[in-house]
Design a protein around this ligand. Structure first.
Ligand SMILES: Cc1ncc(COP(=O)(O)O)c(C=O)c1O
Length: 376
């Protein structure tokens, strides 16, 4: 199978698997217990936290292990909104991942005022609109760092400058940015940042929340673990895995970015050369190196994915979390695409294990499938 769906999830890196295995076997200690096994686990947890913090330019004590980005995002909302109980306004964008949209809608149902900013036709957020949307009532701005469907990267430095000037908490969903672009939180005024293990070659069900040392914190799960910031025994093997995955991502970042963008650009250029009426969704330059979102006029993405799958190619039509939904991509809708345009769009996302041979093979599947669908 050729796997071009890395934005939906990544395989486990064999080195990550190697690092986590002992914690599923003989190193089974509870990091909160005082015996030798427990102390060993506690040490491993310290190391994993340091490795993760280092990838982000953060301090180890600013990292909290969670069950994944969805929990991190919900916790960030909980922290920011309970810190300012009289401020009942949230600003986010209409192109966020469903993890953010769901919690934002839940706050709206509870009577909070939520602004969903639109994106422009290139998938970019207007900084003027953001600035205008923030009022004295705003407690939180929550935005993606990089969009999971188009790969478009938001201008986070400028966004953080606005939220800092307006004295509003900023949460970033950095799930797709972490490990794919350089991040340095030491120089960026961000209060909360969410990330997920299964997008950086660690297992599913592990993630982390960065909380700036001066940002308000209110646990969602009270308890003594994670320095009394998240109750529940740590998922040791997965925490170790996330630390190892972060260390690997840091080592590989500068070689992987140009390698993956080279393969991605080749894939796009060949598709556009061989198939007429294909256009790109999202800005060309300012996007993740691994992501390509293309619109193939006159086809149904769902049918193309079925034929790709039969031929051994795995791609997607947007976020994996929305594939069961009958509605075409809300991200493309936020960018002004019609439902028909969105329903003819496909996402190819590459990763660490993608090779030139795989891209050539993928092209040999994509071109005939699209041609066949157009004839039908
Ligand atoms: C941008 C983005 N945010 C949040 C999530 C949710 O992450 P998790 O699966 O760890 O809860 C995902 C995963 O698909 C994502 O791509």
């Amino acid at each position: 199978m050729i796997y071009l769906d890395y934005n939906s999830t990544t395989p486990l890196d064999p080195k990550v698997r190697g690092a986590m295995l002992p914690y599923l076997e003989h190193d089974f200690g509870n990091p909160s217990s005082l015996c030798a096994l427990g102390r060993h686990a506690a040490q491993a947890l310290v190391q994993a936290r340091v490795e993760l913090a280092s990838l982000l330019g953060a301090k180890a004590q600013e990292m909290i292990f969670t069950s994944g980005a969805t929990e991190s995002i919900v916790t960030a909302f909980h922290c920011a909104m309970s810190a300012y109980p009289l401020k009942r306004h949230i600003v986010t964008s209409a192109g966020e991942h469903s993890a953010t949209l769901n919690i934002a809608h839940q706050y709206a149902e509870r009577g909070y005022d939520v602004t969903f900013l639109p994106l422009d036709t290139h998938g970019i957020l207007s900084l003027d609109m953001l600035e205008e949307a923030i009022t004295p009532q705003t407690a939180l701005v929550s935005l993606l760092w990089a969009n999971n469907e188009t790969g478009v990267i938001f201008p986070i430095e400028k966004i953080a400058e606005i939220t800092q000037r307006k004295n509003v908490s900023l949460h970033l969903d950095a799930v797709q940015a972490v490990g794919k672009i350089p991040i340095n939180l030491a120089t960026l005024p961000v209060d909360y940042l969410s990330l997920s293990g299964h997008k950086i070659y660690a297992p599913k069900g592990i993630g982390a929340l960065y909380v700036h040392r001066h940002a308000c914190y209110q646990p969602l799960f009270p308890g003594s673990q994670e320095n009394a910031r998240r109750g529940g025994t740590e998922n040791m093997a997965s925490c170790v895995a996330l630390g190892k995955a972060a260390a690997l991502a840091q080592d590989l970042l500068m070689t992987e970015m140009p390698r993956e963008s080279g393969l991605r650009d080749y894939l796009e250029e060949e598709i556009m050369r061989k198939i007429p009426h294909v256009s790109r969704n999202g800005e060309k330059n300012n996007r993740l190196a691994n992501t390509s979102n293309l619109r193939f006029e006159g086809i149904e993405a769902a049918q193309a994915l079925l034929l790709f799958d039969q031929a051994g190619l795995c791609a997607s039509a947007g976020s994996a979390c929305n594939t069961k939904s009958k509605h075409p991509s809300h991200v493309l809708a936020a960018m002004g695409r019609t439902p028909q345009e969105a329903a003819s769009s496909l996402r190819f996302s590459l990763g660490r294990f993608t090779t030139q041979e795989e891209i050539d093979h993928a092209l040999n599947i994509i071109v005939p499938v699209i041609t066949k669908l157009r004839l039908l």
